[in-house]
Write a protein that binds this ligand. Structure first.
Ligand SMILES: Nc1ncnc2c1ncn2[C@@H]1O[C@H](COP(=O)(O)OP(=O)(O)OP(=O)(O)O)[C@@H](O)[C@H]1O
Ligand SMILES: [Mg+2]
Length: 479
């Protein structure tokens, strides 16, 4: 009798487990129960909502669940974006999570267009927007839900452009929603903070929900904190505590909208300068080309006509590119970064390709950066928007490092560096621009300035710089 009651008890426990399993999910496509904050995100149908806060607080789960909320409606279409393709496909990322949730359901995956198709007729697609202009590949599409995972990696123009893709015909009954997640910090911290966290005017259709690590009981907090505690103070405050720091003062250039040009202005007897900043990466676009034009008949106007960064260019690729610019613009000057790579490249371009490229003087970069920044502020430098989207993004986001002497590591700077080189060649023409002022002894930037000045003097006759390979520097020192 005793053993029978034991068996009954066990059966009951087993049954309860099954019962629990069947109710421990939000829907057949969302196989978990929400945390309180995730429930708030799910229930909120306002137009724009940002789930922001600590790493690991459950933001991406809330985004995917929100995308699936109206998936039973036949005409419903949802799109979730990451900035870069590798982020989209990474293991543990949002596309992986969708695969975990949906692969054993009646939804069907079509790999070619990265879309889950549901029996209702609804769809959930994934995409990315590596470069600024990739936003236009979503032209013509229409969705009722657009999600941005890690919003501070996207530019404001990409975000706003996608708004125009949010549409419904009369027969689609679901609300139009844009949902995003992010940690504070990141390349585009500034506009995200301004739009969602500290807006000038409160707008009930634009909301944010703050999520902290403690809001997610499903994560191993100790292991997570162990990793986060190793970070520098600012990043720790952003990722661990979800704090929105003010990093807007740290941007090197900034670039106001008034400086954008919708088309190339007419430049009588134009002077064209092509500047190249060399990078060695095979994967990242680190070789930047910038083409400037001006006319001595028009005062104080330098126009950035086009710019582009490339990955993995050989010297002959560079030669071909320069030739194609030459054919189109009849270049007056071609200047290149003469760092470690540059000297060899310049020699080869001169000797083998008969391209009259010359090296740029790199002394006092700090001073010239400040001059370029004020030339932008004074509207002496204008940029043709359509051909320079990545350059404009770089100018608007490139921060100073913590000492305020150079660009912060890890941010793209090859287009703005090429612009800096080209700009230096126009200083004579921009007669009003004062010569770069050298810092006083002991001031911020003085030691950098002195070092560059020394290299400049030493390398006067044979173009050796502090960026030259060590064997060339050594030879020089031994003399
Ligand atoms: N409601 C839930 N039930 C079970 N597990 C959950 C729940 N919410 C989140 N998790 C798990 O917690 C972990 C962190 O969640 P998620 O990836 O959504 O956090 P996040 O805030 O987007 O993190 P990050 O800032 O690193 O992108 C994941 O492993 C996720 O599967
Ligand atoms: Mg996430």
């Amino acid at each position: 009798m005793d053993s029978l009651s034991n068996i009954n008890e066990e059966l009951e426990t087993l049954l309860n487990t099954f019962k629990d399993k069947s109710i421990s999910r939000v829907s057949k496509y969302v196989p978990l129960l929400f945390t309180e904050k995730q429930q708030q995100v799910y229930d909120n149908d306002c137009h724009e909502l940002l789930a922001e806060g600590s790493a690991g607080s459950g933001k991406s789960v809330s985004l995917l669940a929100a995308a699936l909320k109206y998936i039973d409606h036949p005409k419903y279409a949802a799109l979730i974006l990451r900035r870069q393709f590798p982020q989209l496909i990474q293991s543990g990322g949002i596309m992986d999570l969708a695969n975990d949730w949906l692969s054993n359901t009646d939804a069907i995956w079509t790999a070619s267009d990265k879309t889950w198709n549901f029996p209702s007729g609804a769809t959930l697609s994934f995409g990315h927007m590596n470069n600024e202009n990739d936003k236009t590949s979503y032209q013509g599409g229409s969705w009722q839900f657009i999600g941005f995972d890690e919003l501070t990696q996207f530019s404001e123009t990409q975000y706003l452009y996608l708004h125009s893709r949010l549409r419904k015909d009369d027969y689609v009954q679901t609300p139009l929603r844009i949902r995003s997640t992010t940690n504070p910090g990141g390349l585009h911290n500034r506009w995200v903070k301004k739009r969602f966290i500290v807006p000038e005017k409160l707008n009930p259709t634009i909301q944010h929900i703050s999520m902290q690590l403690d809001d997610n009981p499903h994560i191993n907090k100790e292991t997570y904190l162990e990793g986060l505690n190793k970070l520098d103070d600012d990043t720790k405050a952003q990722l661990r505590d979800g704090k929105w720091l003010d990093n807007t003062t740290g941007i090197i250039y900034t670039f106001p909208e008034e400086n954008e040009l919708q088309s190339i202005p007419n430049l009588p007897k134009p002077v064209y300068i092509l500047a190249v900043d060399l990078g060695a990466s095979q994967i990242k676009a680190t070789t930047g080309f910038v083409l400037l034009g001006y006319s001595e008949e028009i005062k104080d106007l330098v126009v950035v006509i086009e710019s582009k960064a490339y990955a993995g260019l050989t010297v002959s690729d560079i030669a071909e590119l320069i030739k194609s610019y030459q054919e189109q613009y009849d270049l007056n000057e071609i200047i290149m970064d003469q760092g470690a790579l540059g000297i060899g490249y310049i020699n080869e371009l001169n000797d083998r390709w008969h391209i009259p490229a010359s090296g740029v003087q790199k002394a006092n970069k700090l001073g010239y950066r400040k001059l370029l920044s004020s030339a932008i502020k004074n509207k002496q430098i204008r940029i043709v928007t359509e051909n320079n989207q990545d350059l404009i993004e770089e100018l608007r986001t490139l921060p100073w490092n913590s000492k305020g002497l150079d660009a912060h590591d890890g941010y793209p700077d090859h287009l703005s560096d090429a612009l800096l080189y080209a700009y230096r060649q126009c200083l004579d023409y921009l007669s009003k621009a004062p010569a770069a002022k050298s810092p006083n002894k002991g001031d911020e930037g003085w030691s950098d300035y002195e070092e560059n000045r020394m290299w400049d003097a030493m390398s006067h006759d044979d173009k050796i710089s502090k960026d030259s390979p060590w064997w060339r520097q050594d030879r020089r020192r031994r003399r």
